[in-house]
Design a protein around this ligand. Structure first.
Ligand SMILES: Cc1cc2nc3c(=O)[nH]c(=O)nc-3n(C[C@H](O)[C@H](O)[C@H](O)COP(=O)(O)OP(=O)(O)OC[C@H]3O[C@@H](n4cnc5c(N)ncnc54)[C@H](O)[C@@H]3O)c2cc1C
Length: 245
């Protein structure tokens, strides 16, 4: 059996636009193994002249889907790999991947408990894997997602999140930090302690928190959650990159 750190050749099965700057790629894997929601894969691209580069992408899909994974890639301006995955890759293309990787930023039904998820931008991707798994596995413990995006158009998985929150004990709160559509009823500012208190309060101090996004957002939210009373050992973080939300 393949070990997680061996490279295998993934085939692009389908491509879907999520927002103007984010696409989901479904990758078929010959050596698929069930992941834990929150884990990621490394992708390695190699040019004809031998130049090679690799990046990490979180798994967006639930582990119950066998033989394939979804990743959702956001465009980074002048980004080498994200631009390639968004603009050049087509169905049937193949590239190397290895995974699933990561043992700390993971949640599944065996962990359970009230769940607080906080996302900045594409940081919602691994949290979506947790929510999809939570729905398929029929977990009833309450869950809350606080999702910060710049604009309404940049919210990834908006329709699915609305569906998931209808009957499942999941509450989704958005903050749109740059512009809001007419009649917007959600938050309109960067995440602060008051917002964290409002969103996390109903879950109580026993909640387990997962924060993912740009480094600055992750650090600010982790500090804020401690200030509003969540013990540090209940907070897990994943940083995607250097910039602020
Ligand atoms: C564990 C893990 C999981 C990740 N999961 C995802 C995911 O699910 N979806 C996703 O889109 N990305 C994810 N990322 C980020 C991803 O690995 C790349 O860093 C990102 O796609 C940029 O790569 P690039 O080659 O396009 O940009 P590069 O060519 O590496 O960088 C171009 C410029 O953008 C800056 N930059 C690099 N990365 C970021 C970033 N994340 N945010 C802002 N500025 C950046 C660089 O400093 C540089 O100035 C994840 C990162 C980690 C560590």
């Amino acid at each position: 059996m393949k070990r997680p750190l061996e490279w295998q050749l993934a085939t692009v099965k389908s491509l879907r636009s999520e927002t103007p700057e984010v696409k989901t790629l479904t990758l078929s894997l010959p050596e698929w193994t069930a992941h834990r929601p929150g884990q990621h894969y490394d992708i390695r691209l190699t040019a004809e002249d031998g130049y090679s580069t690799q990046r990490s992408y979180s798994i967006a899909s639930e582990p119950e889907r066998e033989g394939e994974i979804d990743i959702s890639v956001e465009r980074i301006v002048d980004g080498e790999v994200s631009s390639y995955l968004l603009d050049t890759v087509k169905v049937g293309d193949r590239f190397e991947v290895r995974g699933p990787i990561g043992g700390y930023f993971v949640w599944d039904r065996s962990i359970g408990g009230p769940l607080l998820l906080v996302a900045g931008g594409s940081g919602v991707v691994p949290l979506m894997a947790m929510l999809r798994h939570r729905a398929v596995a029929g977990v009833k413990d309450p869950a809350r997602l606080l999702y910060s995006a710049r604009t309404y158009e940049q919210i990834i998985y908006a329709k699915e999140l609305e569906m998931l929150s209808r009957n499942s004990g999941l509450t989704v709160a958005y903050t749109l930090t740059r512009s809001q559509p007419p009649g917007w009823k959600g938050y309109t500012r960067r995440i602060d302690d008051a917002m964290l208190k409002e969103v996390s309060g109903p879950l109580g101090p026993g909640a387990l928190a997962y924060i993912c996004g740009p480094t600055a957002l992750v650090e600010a939210v982790a500090d804020g959650l401690e200030r509003v009373g969540l013990p540090a050992e209940h907070i897990r973080t994943e940083r995607f990159g250097p910039s602020a939300a």
